[in-house]
Design a protein around this ligand. Structure first.
Ligand code: ZN
Ligand code: FE
Ligand code: FE
Ligand code: ZN
Length: 274
């Protein structure tokens, strides 16, 4: 008998499917990796459909039933091996709240993730297309300001159980000068006041910033404010499931965390971080 893997105490709730058109591998393949890595449980959270055409990075609204079917097939197939939750990663944009609310009533979700990718329709801060490179020039301070303003609105919307990749705006390494606490502190205050959790996402390690989302400073403040965390891979391919979770657990413990959040039917409970 081999000793249990330490990541057995953590879930990975942020994983995608090919329906979003930029992920590879079907849910069964992700589930097999999660079982192999001894994850406590997993959940799928593909990019939500929008009311009409919005971009090429998500399922269409008429594919939503197919998404639900895919996840329920994997749930049944692996029911003896691992719990598979149903989630959704929702793009928060002011004006979309009513759409998100209606959409998320169309299924029994275990949790909903709120994400800020878009500062405005048509421009996402994480879009690697070189055509956006010039946008950042001389504008890092105002882009950060806009990003965190939206992140606070996302937190305050009351729509979500946890928030994705807190400082995604650093993805390409663009950071304004000075102490970044001026962005973190007011954001943490809003998240804590709304009693929702945040992600520690290992995806940033695979991006140009080569850092977890959020930074260690942000996470320490979040812990002091009593904000719960989940640890997520944001896997867009099966081999990314549970990626770097050992490092994420260490980072969380360094920030003072000793538990992570679990979700079932949108109810949160805490489990010890071992
Ligand atoms: Zn994605
Ligand atoms: Fe995202
Ligand atoms: Fe994602
Ligand atoms: Zn994501």
């Amino acid at each position: 008998m081999s000793s249990p893997d330490p990541i057995i105490s953590v879930a990975d709730y942020h994983m995608h499917t090919p329906l979003c058109k930029h992920a590879e591998g079907w849910p069964d393949e992700y589930a097999l990796v999660a079982i192999e890595k001894n994850l406590a449980e997993i959940g799928f959270s593909d990019h939500n459909p929008m009311a009409g055409y919005f971009d090429d990075w998500r399922m269409a609204d008429d594919e939503f039933p197919q998404y639900l079917d895919l996840i329920s097939q994997s749930q049944n197939k692996f029911s003896d091996d691992i719990d598979i939750c149903l989630g959704l990663e929702c793009d928060f944009l002011p004006g979309q709240e009513a759409w998100i609310e209606k959409l998320t009533q169309r299924a029994d979700f275990d949790y909903l993730i709120g994400s800020v990718h878009y500062l405005e329709p048509g421009w996402a801060v994480d879009d690697p297309d070189p055509k956006w490179a010039s946008r950042w020039q001389g504008s890092i301070e105002s882009i950060w300001h806009q990003y965190w303003t939206l992140y606070r609105q996302c937190a305050a919307s009351g729509l979500f159980d946890f928030l994705a990749h807190p400082d995604l705006v650093k993805k390409f390494g663009h950071r304004p000068g000075g102490d970044l606490q001026r962005f973190y502190e007011p954001t943490i205050e809003v998240i804590a006041a709304n009693n929702i959790a945040i992600e520690v996402s290992t995806a940033g390690l695979r991006k140009p910033c080569a850092e977890m989302y959020p930074s260690q400073d942000f996470l320490k403040l979040a812990n002091q404010a009593g904000i719960p965390i989940v640890i997520s891979s944001d896997a867009h391919r099966p081999e990314e499931v549970g990626a770097d979770f050992g490092n994420a657990i260490k980072m969380a413990q360094t920030a003072g965390y000793c538990e992570t959040a679990r979700f079932k039917r949108r109810e949160r409970r805490m489990e010890p971080l071992l």
